[in-house]
Design a protein around this ligand. Structure first.
Ligand code: ZN
Length: 427
């Protein structure tokens, strides 16, 4: 069957393209353009788009005959934003009770409907790309959300998804209920080396683009002043997860908050460290050497700290200190918020850009974390993250200058994804 399709498809496709209309051409005039790569913005730029791709980006230049013109000459145009740590199937879980309630009282179809709504909220805030890092008990519904977006059934960002995430048995909620009850779990429980390999294969079979696992839990400060944690998997198990994922061409993200969990994830060979509050100097050095990304998720940390009490504020303070150190050392920092850990309706993911500036980045550095660096993490440098010929026509515009005021990125007025205008409040 496969061979038959391969043989017949080209002959079916060529005549369609030959007799079809030439692709829709759009010219965007941008007052200022930040391309996600250059150090300085371009003044009076002209972006030419054909179909879903950018054809050229020039300073000045004339609009070709027949092209539709979009006038953004008073605005600043940027690449569409990317958030590499989200949970579209979650609606905020400051407390454990909020989390349990979602898993116990909401069906997966209901959660998928909310996820589609969340994807639309993200797009309206300028996020044209997201890596969704596990469904929190909603099985493989993230794959369905991604498919519905790709088929044009609902609006949303380009997505990569991680499906179920993994911990060993008993190391992730729902916990604390009577043993007589079989409770749902927020992850897939995975035990042993063979179990780890099988779980990776299973998740890949159902559509996981990434494998995510929880490296640690129970974060606490000890007398040495370091944030420690309990490590979930044995080294053999974690290495099996990473090895099998890499063998199947998938990358691995590890939730790792305490220094012990981060160290274990680095030993296992993961590609990205999520949260990373307790990073030590040595761990940062290793991440620089091996090109491992740090996804700090400051928005969730700062949002949940007051509600959670305990160590969470102290952890946020430590993370601020570590952010400055990591920036100096040259750790690759990609923008991730943990949206879903906070309510999508209440907090705009673009606040993360503002926190990075507060923590020491220049506005331009901060913009790159959520454009070109995020695209690199996703393996999409050839198609997204910058405004250049050949890339997806994914772009946003704001009316002010984000290099002077980074909070402008929380007021996106124009969004185009794949050459189609999703939102325009600037005409
Ligand atoms: Zn998360």
């Amino acid at each position: 069957m496969r061979r038959f399709l391969a043989a017949i498809l080209p002959s079916l496709l060529i005549p369609v393209l030959a007799v079809g209309q030439s692709p829709h051409r759009v010219a965007i005039r941008a007052g200022k353009l930040i391309d996600g790569k250059s150090d300085k913005p371009m003044e009076n730029a002209l972006v030419l788009i054909e179909g879903d791709k950018i054809v050229s980006v020039t300073s000045g230049g004339s609009v070709p005959a027949g092209a539709e013109v979009i006038e953004l000459s008073k605005a600043t145009v940027l690449p569409g934003f990317m958030d590499v740590h989200t949970h579209v199937l979650l609606q905020g879980d400051v407390t454990a009770a909020e989390y349990d309630e979602q898993l116990l009282k909401q069906s997966i179809p209901y959660r998928a409907i909310l996820a589609a709504r969340n994807a639309e909220i993200a797009l309206s805030h300028g996020f044209t790309g997201m890596r969704d890092l596990e469904t929190e008990g909603a099985m493989y519904a993230d794959v369905d959300v991604k498919t519905a977006i790709n088929n044009g059934e609902v609006p949303g960002p380009h997505m990569q998804v991680a499906t179920r995430a993994m911990t060993p048995t008993g190391m992730y909620p729902l916990l604390g209920y009577s043993w007589e009850l079989k409770m749902p779990t927020g992850v897939q429980y995975v035990d042993g080396v063979e179990g780890a390999r099988k779980a990776v294969r299973e998740q890949a079979m159902y559509g996981a683009d990434w494998i995510k696992y929880y490296s640690d839990r129970r974060y606490h400060f000890e007398a040495d002043g370091v944030l420690h944690s309990m490590v979930n998997f044995t080294d053999e198990e974690a290495k099996a997860i990473v090895d099998e994922a890499h063998r199947l061409g998938k990358k691995v993200a590890a939730h790792a908050i305490g220094s012990d969990g981060i160290a274990a994830a680095l030993r296992a060979g993961v590609d990205t460290i999520e949260h990373g509050d307790g990073l030590t100097d040595a761990e940062m050095g290793e991440m620089v050497r091996r090109g491992i990304y740090w996804v700090p998720t400051l928005t969730v940390g700062l949002y949940v700290a007051p509600g959670r009490g305990g160590n969470w504020q102290k952890m946020a303070d430590l993370q601020r200190e570590n952010f400055g150190k990591a920036l100096k050392k040259g750790v690759k920092i990609a923008l991730g918020t943990d949206a879903g850990g906070f309510d999508w309706k209440k907090v705009n993911q673009a606040m993360e850009f503002e926190y990075y500036v507060q923590y020491g980045m220049t506005p331009m550095q901060s913009i790159r974390t959520g454009t070109s660096v995020a695209a690199e993490l996703l393996g999409w440098s050839d198609r997204a993250g910058t405004l250049e010929a050949g890339k997806w026509a994914d772009l946003v515009a704001v009316s002010g200058d984000p290099l002077k005021d980074i909070t402008e990125l929380q007021k996106v007025k124009f969004v185009m994804k794949g050459g189609a205008v999703f939102k325009n409040e600037l005409h």
